[in-house]
Design a protein around this ligand. Sequence first.
Ligand code: PT1
Length: 306
Amino acid sequence: MARYVSNVLNAEFPVFPMPEPLQCGRFKLTFERPLVMGILNVTPDSFSDGGKYAMRGDALRQAERMLLDGADIIDIGGESTRPGAPPVPLDEELERVIPLVEQLRGANVPLSVDTYKPEVMRHALSAGADLINDIWGFRMPGAIDAVRDSRCALCVMHMLGEPQTMQLGEPAYEDVVAEVRGFLEARVTTLMQAGIARARISVDPGFGFGKAVVEHNYALLAHLPDTAPHAKPPFPILAGMSRKSMVGAVVGRPAPERVAGSIAAAVCAAERGAAILRVHDVAQTVDALKVWAAMRDAANRGRVRR
Ligand code: PT1
């Protein structure tokens, strides 16, 4: 008679070497468990005509919510980098982002700013940002100079093409995992040669940024540890899949209904050693990761004898 044997009892739990602590402005982040980065979009709400003040109030309330829900980092973004989203002028992005950094600075939580503009990076760091999250991987002229003399962390992301056009043609790779890793290796080398300490650098394969929706994104997720530079100790990996079309394509639901699918993706990434998960649904992701961590801890204790 066929018998199902639980893998957990017999196989070893996959163990990935833990990244060293990440130097992140006022903080030093450690990765005994994956950290949750809550997404704070500071963009005008089409349903509200209250202008900037309402937008800022909404953002502050949302930040408060995410902190109560257990977010470890808040990622503030003033320009949507979703495929096809229009660029935001510099002064508009500054007006959206900098007041929020100032107002959240007292919350004693690491503040990340999602920007590729060197000028926004400089102002954000002066206002007290702890991490600069750059979808362009610090390739814009002046971006490296903007962060060099600070203690902020960097998130270096892979993107093929530009946000406006990256999903229009068919993104083509010979080996998507190796090519993303090669790109990140080259960026990390350039950053360290420019004088940025290794301890400040995290990497991100850039889910949804110039990748075929199912084929490439799920290959990157399946092989997540291989998307980062092969280095000892490893660089912390940040994974952002929350509500993206890679989830939508599989569950067949619009963005607001992709919460459960996104949590499954986050747990898969945790299982593959992700250090930071960038998510919209902080409370649900924190719970899911607690359950996953309890299972991992049990696996590490070994099989219980009686
Ligand atoms: C990300 C990320 C980001 N994603 C980092 N920063 C976005 N470090 C913004 C879709 O396919 O993954 N890592 N900042 C949001 N971008 C997208 C891309 C949103 C694709 C949606 C899609 O639906």
